[in-house]
Design a protein around this ligand. Structure first.
Ligand code: UDP
Length: 330
């Protein structure tokens, strides 16, 4: 199949491009390279472009004529979204609106969409199921919840089907160490902790120790990026086999606290590092853990890497490889 992947040069998108390429699909990656990298696109053609650029987007759609779209291009930092809400509503909500408009006008009817557990806000029940109410507590979550509403309405109005995958905390790197997280500034916990162990930061800050959790720090469901990539391939198969529009959680169903992650990073790297307890980070819910039974039963998702130490080890090997790459380039 011909698949257009927005954001395919980024962290998650590049792992999905790898998985789709291995399945033999023909790929076009549309990415503005704001956080992604050309070297991360292992398969297909890269077009540098922004979702704001409707003329270019439409031209690319008319020339490539995709059978389906996978949409990763988005801004994803909770704390930044609190400071810069318009950036998030612009990139995530308005950007997706442009994409959908071009899809409808060019007759492309299948979409696999990146959504997020942040749409739940502070869930009453954990693990959280897809039926839980949407009550985002930060602009990032709101920008994605709005897109889910737009998708639902569009699927009612047009011959258009989608699977929205609500990601929990994606971490780790390609097992063969060819891809991984390579943001200019590391904000996510595991990467930030690894870079601290590597000496790039003086200390790791723990954002909040007074949450209603067993050790007072936030709990998240960390999933390996290749397990998430596999979920996307299954979602695409599901749609192309005629499946109805669906929203599915993707996580392992158990969580780790910030302190537990820090301990695991120190253990895997063999390098204890300084930690500083600080106040809460705006927009953070205390616990987010997925009930992914729908993804498992409906799309036959069988995760391979449900092991925090393994996830951290792949990320650590990638971190070391990235440092070597950067020092060679310097
Ligand atoms: N966190 C932290 N220190 C850091 C980065 C993150 O204590 O340097 C915490 C953060 O407050 C949250 C959890 O780790 O409770 C996961 O945050 P991350 O940014 O990795 O992902 P998010 O859940 O925001 O998508």
């Amino acid at each position: 199949m011909k698949i257009l992947v927005t954001g395919g040069a980024g962290y998650i998108g590049s792992h999905v491009v790898k998985a789709l390429g291995l399945e033999g699909h023909e790929l076009l990656v549309y990415d503005n390279l704001s956080t992604g990298h050309e070297w991360a696109v292992m398969y297909g053609t890269l077009v540098k472009g922004d979702l704001e650029d409707r003329a270019l987007l439409e031209k690319v759609f008319r020339e490539f004529r995709p059978d389906a779209v996978m949409h990763f291009a988005a801004s994803i930092q909770v704390e930044e979204s609190v400071r810069r809400p318009l950036l998030y509503y612009g990139n995530n909500t308005a950007g997706t609106l442009n994409l959908l408009d071009v899809m409808v006008r060019t007759g492309v009817r299948c979409l696999v969409h990146s959504s997020t557990a942040a749409v739940y806000g502070i869930p009453d029940v954990v693990p959280v199921a897809e039926t839980a109410p949407l009550a985002p507590i930060n602009p990032y979550g709101s920008s994605k919840a709005m897109v889910e509403k737009i998708l639902a309405d569009l699927a009612l109005a047009e011959d258009f089907r989608y699977v929205a995958i609500r990601y929990f905390n994606v971490a780790g790197a390609d097992v063969a160490c060819r891809l991984g997280q390579a943001y200019r500034e590391a904000t996510h916990l595991i990467t930030r902790a690894l870079k601290t162990a590597h000496g790039q930061y003086e200390r790791l800050q723990i954002f909040g120790t007074d949450y209603q959790t067993p050790d007072g720090t936030c709990i998240r469901d960390y999933i390996h990026v290749d397990d998430l990539a596999a979920a996307h391939v299954l979602a695409l198969d599901y749609l192309t086999e005629g499946g109805a529009s669906e929203i599915v959680n993707c996580g392992y169903g158990h969580g780790f606290s910030v302190r537990e992650v820090i301990e695991a990073v120190a253990h895997v790297t063999g390098t204890p590092f300084p930690v500083e307890e600080t106040g809460r980070r705006p927009g953070d819910p205390p616990a987010l853990v997925a009930d992914s039974s729908k993804l498992r039963s409906l799309m036959k998702w069988e995760p391979q890497y449900d092991n925090l130490d393994f996830i951290i080890r792949t990320a650590w090997e990638w971190e070391l490889a990235l440092k070597r790459r950067e020092s060679c380039a310097a």
